[in-house]
Ligand binder design. Structure first.
Ligand code: HXC
Length: 250
């Protein structure tokens, strides 16, 4: 791995985009490395994943503008598809993924954060979808995931204006879950991740799937899916053990 660092802390894994000199802009190489890492994490015993960016300035300043300045529609399509593959993997992986937004999360950087389940940000973070300032529309799911997270009016405001918003405004629109001082962002994120990791990974993973599927399904379909998923939890040994241990707690 040249552009991604992976650190394991028990059942919590942290992926750091390591291209600080370019504000962690995500070239095709970065996206290819993400595929490799996520394929490994799909299979291993880790329970929670954290994604962040190297340095104090950026989570990621987005797709690589130098590369995009030289390509035509065919390569642009490939770049878009590769990004979608990565972000869909993050959305579908059966364990929570937390974005620790340690600075700029712009364009593709914001889209990467949008594909995560939880977004924590440092007080100096700035988020935005500035693609229209470059003559392009968002291309890694921004129009669709932002819409679903903040609603159409706010999504259109951010996309049409290309403006950057601070962490507090991002919280006020439900784009970010919580803000921390820059110096404690990672420790707070890790401590939250460790708390989540104490829970049943089967139950957490199935809950993630249910919430995600529910966003695009009718209430009736979502509720049906919940009933059968809930019943499926009763097939696990872990459920038996956790309930028995509750009953024996005194
Ligand atoms: C490539 C980038 C980059 C990017 C920054 N850099 N963003 N390189 N792609 N997205 C590089 C700069 O060229 C510079 O390299 C170094 O990182 C530091 O950046 P500066 O601009 O000098 O830093 P600063 O003045 O502090 O400004 C920070 C910034 C600005 C506000 C974040 O860099 C910026 O506006 N970046 C572009 C953000 C953006 O528009 N993102 C959306 C991209 S489109 P050198 O070598 O000169 O030091 C996108 C589409 C997604 O993401 C969909 C794809 C299919």
């Amino acid at each position: 791995m040249k552009y991604l660092k992976m650190e394991r802390d028990g059942e919590v894994v942290q992926i750091t985009i390591d291209r600080e000199d370019k504000l962690n802009a995500m070239s095709l190489d970065v996206m290819n490395e993400f595929i490799t890492v996520l394929e490994e994490l799909e299979k291993d015993s880790s329970k929670v994943i954290i994604i962040t960016g190297e340095g104090k300035k950026a989570f990621s300043a987005g797709a690589d503008i130098e590369y995009m300045s030289k390509i035509g529609p065919t390569d642009a399509e490939k770049y878009a598809l590769r990004g979608h593959e990565v972000l869909n993997k993050i959305e579908k992986i059966g364990k929570p993924v937390i974005a620790a937004i340690n600075g700029y999360a712009l364009g593709g950087g914001c889209e990467l954060a949008l594909s995560c389940d939880i977004r924590f940000a440092s007080a100096n973070a700035q988020l935005g979808q500035p693609e229209v300032t470059l003559g392009i529309c968002p291309g890694w799911g921004g129009t669709q995931r932002l819409l679903r997270i903040v609603g159409p009016a706010r999504a259109k405001d951010l996309i049409f204006s290309g403006r950057r918003i601070g962490a507090e405004e991002a919280v006020s629109m439900g784009l970010v879950n919580k803000v921390f001082p820059p110096e404690t962002l990672i420790s707070e994120t890790r401590s939250y991740a460790r708390e989540v990791a104490k829970n049943s990974n089967f139950a957490v993973g199935i809950s993630k799937m249910l919430v995600n599927k529910g966003m695009d399904a009718s209430l009736e379909t979502g509720l049906k899916l919940e009933i059968y998923s809930w019943a499926l939890c009763f097939s696990t040994k872990e459920r038996e053990e956790r309930m028995a241990s509750f009953l024996k707690r005194k």
